[in-house]
Design a protein. Structure first.
Length: 226
């Protein structure tokens, strides 16, 4: 097929040049090892772009390139499951994009939306993620849980993820419980008194173990962060 100049004909909705030529909303300015995150509208659709190209040359050519591929791998394993980034694609070596979801981080969302039903849905969403072999490991960070305009949970930012495939049973169980305790942390904080005994016991147990946990995740971003 001939290249018509339309980026969709080349398999992506827009190119680096079109991204840089768009009106961009900066959602987060990354530090030396973190991407800048943008919201843009292109072709009548809203997108998030996570871009490592502003990082120092050595960082973006090594860490940045690796992180783009790493995060895309996790997102693509979750493709088609509501509640995770949709239509993700690699813009170039240093950036990728996915569909923007209007909403608020859980820490600033309307408290009336944060019911037991919401948290049960978030818990189920985390279970679906685990079933696809992905442990997030930074569910505790409020920046990584979005409450959509419809009141549905949406999980972002897979930089810290670990593949569960092939892990020993005890380690897999530990990583799963780390994610579950993140859900229960938000549940207990946003809707006090509604956590049942079993969930509360797991949260307490994992809180005791957290002092030994060295992976703390990455920097937060505003609103619709990845």
């Amino acid at each position: 097929m001939n290249d018509t100049g339309n980026p969709i004909d080349r398999g992506i909705p827009f190119t680096r040049e079109e991204f840089e030529g768009s009106a961009l909303e900066l959602l987060h300015k990354g530090r030396w090892g973190n991407a800048d995150v943008y919201h843009l509208r292109k072709g009548g659709e809203d997108w998030v772009v996570k871009d490592f190209s502003p990082c120092p040359p050595m960082t973006r050519a090594t860490w940045g390139t690796w992180m783009v591929g790493r995060e895309l791998t996790a997102i693509r394993k979750l493709a088609g499951i509501p509640g995770f980034p949709r239509d993700a694609f690699r813009l170039d070596r240093f950036a990728f994009a996915y569909r923007f979801v209007p909403g608020e981080e859980i820490g600033v969302a309307d408290p009336n939306l944060l019911t037991s039903a919401f948290f049960e849905e978030l818990e189920n969403l985390v279970g679906k993620m685990h079933a696809q072999g992905i442990a997030h490991l930074d569910i505790r960070a409020a920046k990584n849980i979005l409450v959509s305009e419809r009141g549905d949970p949406f999980i972002l930012d897979f930089q810290s993820h670990v593949s569960l495939d092939g892990l020993p049973r005890f380690l897999r169980a530990l990583l799963v419980d780390i994610d579950r305790s993140g859900v229960y942390k938000h549940w207990d904080r946003r809707f006090p008194g509604s956590l049942d005994k079993e969930r509360a016991m797991l949260l307490e147990r994992m809180n005791r173990l957290r002092r030994f946990w060295i992976l703390k995740g990455y920097l937060g971003v505003k609103k619709n962060s990845p």
